[in-house]
Design a protein around this ligand. Structure first.
Ligand SMILES: NC(=O)c1ccc[n+]([C@@H]2O[C@H](COP(=O)([O-])OP(=O)(O)OC[C@H]3O[C@@H](n4cnc5c(N)ncnc54)[C@H](OP(=O)(O)O)[C@@H]3O)[C@@H](O)[C@H]2O)c1
Length: 253
């Protein structure tokens, strides 16, 4: 699917060294976008993403711990300077970090989950905002199905953080509409990336696939396709909305 309006857009994808973010970065490059490939710990993964991006378009590597205000400001400024602005921000970086049930969770774990998944969205959005105002650009936030159903064992705090991302998507959409900036979110279900290689057993992954009405777990590309749609003019009258991409694993009215 080619969205003609995306050609030449300047797109910053946080957490594109792996999984969903990497697929999003590559798919934007296939539309002829200039792509900011961001990483924190996985430089080789980001380099692999950039190699893929360079096959179709152009981009740069960006580094920042998304929990750190100064690092994020510098990273976003650097991208805007090299790219000549920002049209689309994809707030994708995030992690479960660990599985810790409420009964035994540490305060440090709680705060790290919120810094990684929620503070990161605030920091990148605030830094990118002056550029998005100029371009009447848009933002896509990556939430999670966990924000709807509360998550599995030990992922309740992460679920709460992702619910905050979904709600803040609506708040941001309301606040930024006057600038012509749209803000939407995609809520992935169970997607086969490093995330579940780290946090879910092979048995669990198989069980979830069997329970999913469409009969499989998702791929990073399943998510990327929907991000592209929301970022394109095809979704030009959509803001403050979410699209759940979960194979029917969790349906709601
Ligand atoms: N996979 C799923 O089933 C699923 C379901 C619902 C929602 N999600 C969400 O989708 C997004 C992508 O997840 P994924 O499945 O693609 O996982 P992944 O393969 O583990 O990728 C996570 C990305 O986030 C980055 N990241 C994590 N902590 C960071 C920090 N402190 N600063 C900067 N970057 C950081 C990682 O960067 P480095 O590796 O370079 O440090 C990596 O690029 C996350 O927000 C996740 O919560 C995933």
């Amino acid at each position: 699917m080619i969205y003609e309006d995306l050609k030449g857009r300047k797109v910053l994808v946080t957490g594109s060294s792996s999984g969903i973010g990497s697929a999003i970065a590559v798919m934007f490059s296939e539309q002829g976008c200039f792509v900011g490939v961001h990483y924190f710990r996985t430089k080789d993964g980001a380099q692999r993403t950039l190699e893929q991006v360079n096959k179709k378009s152009d981009g740069i590597l960006l580094h920042a711990d998304m929990r750190d205000e100064k690092q994020v400001n510098e990273m976003v400024e650097h991208f805007a300077e090299v790219a000549g602005g920002i049209d689309i921000l994809v707030n994708n970086a995030g992690s479960l970090i660990d599985r810790q049930p409420f009964e035994t969770a540490t305060v440090e774990y709680h705060d790290d989950v919120y810094a990684t998944n929620v503070r990161s969205v605030l920091l990148a959005t605030r830094s990118a905002l002056p550029y998005l105002k100029k371009s009447s650009g848009n933002i896509v936030n990556i939430g999670s199905v966990a924000g709807h159903h509360g998550g599995g064992i030990g992922s309740g705090i992460y679920a709460g953080a992702k619910a905050a991302v979904a709600t803040e998507t609506i708040s941001m959409a309301q606040e930024f509409a006057k600038y012509g900036i749209r803000v939407n979110s995609v809520l992935p279900g169970f997607i086969e990336t490093r995330f579940h290689e780290r946090f879910s057993s092979a048995q669990r992954r198989k069980e979830v696939a069997e329970q999913t009405p469409l009969g499989r777990n998702g791929t990073a590309e399943d998510i990327a396709k929907v991000v592209l749609f929301l970022a394109s003019d095809a979704a030009g009258f959509i803001t403050g909305e979410y699209i759940a991409v979960n194979g029917g694993l969790y349906m709601r009215a």
